[in-house]
Ligand binder design. Structure first.
Ligand code: SAH
Length: 390
């Protein structure tokens, strides 16, 4: 058992509920903890604060697990997974597919679990969690009756933690699933899909957007599996145009459209969204509802200025192909772009067109991606509903 002694004042953030100890906040390591060991964390006056997973290879040296000195890890994990599960069934009683565990937000540091029917897809981003993964697998298997369990990790986050870049099948096999978001069905091909297989974080926002789409011409930019446009079709859109630069994703969106037997006018366009919107400007093609949900333009702090320019151009182009009284739904999943800056980008875009942006809705990710008020790192998605006034 090793002890981590923090520098003076570096205990404050942790005592307020933040769950990471950064390497520069440690004054002393007593003992020789291995990566992934559970260590005790003390303030500079040697008062016990918490227990957490240690990792000397990461800037995040300790990921707090509990403020209790004594606990049984298996019991703790089980209680947290079942509590996370019960909450998801409370908010989505009719769904069998959702984000089951959202890492620190569900007090399971460095662990994401997305549930696709009886298939559970993991992302493991802490050494401590990786070393204890058998406990997690057993809980999913025994308590939640998982049929298939495998990981689909993002290289970048594994590397930050000094973890080998690999995916594993823990139970069953990696086969396709047909899931429902409560309204629309999607085919999930885990081998080719992004993330764990589906963007669950936009489910609530898709449903919200769909309320504005009846009898409207809808444009779903960066459509991926088609979530926004498909929900719009479900609610009676007049037409839906799907745009994505990936051939595979456009084919997938079209497959999902047919899978749901939708019959409104539809177009599936494989194109760069910037080029597509420029072209709409030239040909005077306009839409009543436009969704822009691009990939993260700012992967780190350094790329933020260029990303801001990109978001502004994108929002300006989208606004300029909106019909009068049209609505823009704009999103950013760049963690480094803060909410105020995102909103000011939308405002600047409208100003450049000599129009006024009226913000009538703001949200973050879906309810199955809760955040900890003590940890701003648990919030990344921004989503705005905007009317453009002349
Ligand atoms: N709106 C989607 C998620 C979008 S993910 C949903 O609700 O699930 C971002 C998508 O943007 C990816 O599918 C990617 O292929 C696509 N993409 C990235 N850059 C692009 C570009 N310049 N033009 C068009 N599509 C792009």
């Amino acid at each position: 058992m090793a002890d981590i002694i923090l520098r003076k004042n570096e205990d404050k953030r942790i005592k307020k509920g933040h769950l990471w100890v950064f390497s520069n906040e440690i004054s002393k390591v007593i003992g020789e903890p291995l990566n992934g060991d559970i260590v005790d964390v003390y303030d500079y006056q040697n008062n016990f604060i918490a227990k957490g997973f240690y990792n000397k290879h990461s800037l995040i040296s300790v990921r707090i697990i509990s403020k209790q000195k004594e606990f049984d890890l298996r019991e703790l994990f089980e209680q947290r997974i079942i509590s996370a599960y019960n909450f998801r069934k409370l908010i989505y009683p009719n769904r069998n597919s959702f984000r089951l565990v959202f890492s620190e937000s569900d007090l399971l540091p460095g662990l994401i679990i997305d549930k696709y029917n009886d298939t559970y897809v993991l992302q493991v981003y802490s050494v401590g969690m990786e070393r204890k993964i058998d406990i997690i697998i057993e809980i999913l298997d025994k308590k939640l009756k998982a049929q298939n369990i495998f990981s689909k990790n993002d290289e970048y986050f594994r590397q930050l933690e000094g973890l080998s870049v690999e995916d594993k099948i823990y139970k069953g096999e990696m086969r396709q699933e047909i899931i429902s978001d409560g309204e629309v069905n999607y085919k999930i091909d885990f081998k080719s899909a992004h993330k764990t297989g589906f963007y669950f974080d936009q489910c609530d926002n898709r449903l919200f957007v769909s309320k504005f789409c009846k009898d409207k011409d809808v444009l779903d930019c960066f459509c991926n599996a088609g979530g926004f446009g498909l929900n719009a079709a479900k609610q009676g859109a007049k037409s839906v145009t799907f745009v994505d630069s990936s051939k595979k994703e456009i084919e997938n969106a079209e497959f999902n459209f047919k899978l749901n037997n939708f019959s409104c006018k539809s177009k599936f366009v494989e194109a760069d969204v910037f080029d597509f919107l420029q072209n709409c400007l030239l040909t005077n093609e306009k839409y009543d509802v436009i969704i822009v949900d691009p990939p993260a333009f700012a992967k780190n702090k350094k790329s933020l200025p260029a990303a801001i320019k990109g978001y502004e151009k994108l929002n300006r182009l989208a606004m300029s192909v909106l019909n009068d009284n049209g609505i823009l739904f704009s999103s950013s999943c760049s963690y480094h772009l803060k909410e105020e800056v995102f909103i000011s980008i939308i405002n600047n875009a409208a100003n450049k067109l000599k129009k006024k942006a009226q913000l009538f809705y703001f949200n973050n990710a879906s309810l199955d991606h809760p955040f900890l008020p003590s940890m701003e790192e648990t919030v990344y998605l921004k989503f705005a509903g905007v009317r453009i006034l002349n």
